[in-house]
Design a protein around this ligand. Sequence first.
Ligand SMILES: [Zn+2]
Length: 376
Amino acid sequence: MTLQYCKKCILPDSRPNLEIDSAGNCNCSFGDESSTIDWEARKKQFADIVDEIKAMDRQYDCLIPVSGGKDSTWQVLKALEVGLKPLCVTWRTPARNKLGQRNLNNLISLGVDHIDVSVNPKVEKAFTLKAFEKFGSPAIPMHMAIHAIPMNVALEKNIPIILWGENSATEYGGDAAFKGTEITRAWLEKYGVTFGTTAESWVSDSLSIRDLGIYKWPSEDELRQASVRAIFLGEFYKWDPRKTAKIAKEYGFEEAQEALVGQYTFADVDDAFLMAIHHWMKWYKFGITRSWDNLSLDIRAGVLSREKALQEIKRIGDETPYEAISAFCDYVGISQARFFEIAEQFRNPNIWIKKNGLWVIEDFILTETDWRMYEV
Ligand SMILES: [Zn+2]
């Protein structure tokens, strides 16, 4: 396979759900679509949904899954602004850091009820290691929990709608049919980021279905009967990470001193290692890092030229997150040698080749090759 890079941003077609058209542009809805969207009409649409929900007169109007990050802070602000009473629900990451806790406290102080849900750490560790070994993705338990917990709480508490933030299908390319819809199993399979698995798929001698119960999605019947809807606020308000961060900061959200993952000090700030490993594996699998996503969003937002982004990639160089790898290994109980052994199994043979005893990406976007080579 020859890697093809989008002419406008710097993302390659190895990224899942990303396609490059004959003109050389990717489907990350670069400028074109979002500039033709009638945002005023969308706002009106949202107002209609809000009226509908309020008329139901339930204990809670909506459920907002939150981490305390800039996006969830913004989601809460938006919900409060339009007069909704939200219940906020967090899956407590085992990697939560001090800044993450402060930001979550800040979010709650905006004036919401909140539930912080912890998974049995023995189960979570074992599941995380299995997911990393099987799919090179330590974030499968996280993604399952992030969806299952709010859904089950919404059903249990009779909450009519879940308010998500950014729609990753819009932000990085994807299927238009899934933009803004009722939650179905298909929706979960598409957005769950669980490699097509469900909690049931991970039952083994060491993990029973009862152990994994907290990760279980509601059945199709339960979903239909309760008719819990889910919408992305990013479908109704133009989603701009910098603007979201600015607003969140005005309401007490704190940035990190230094970017923990990728280039943004205002994103992925609450987690000491899981997100870093999750994103790092994209280097093996797709030949990109979180910085590539960040820089591509900046190009799209018009704050960075493609040429500058490429200079940045070159300047940043090797992004191996050694600290996060060390913390992750301590967490799941493996050696770093074992970590790299597992990671190596996910090096994509379609994009990486061995040259003079080094791993290189064929047809890499930059022609200078020294920093991207890996000793074998
Ligand atoms: Zn693009």
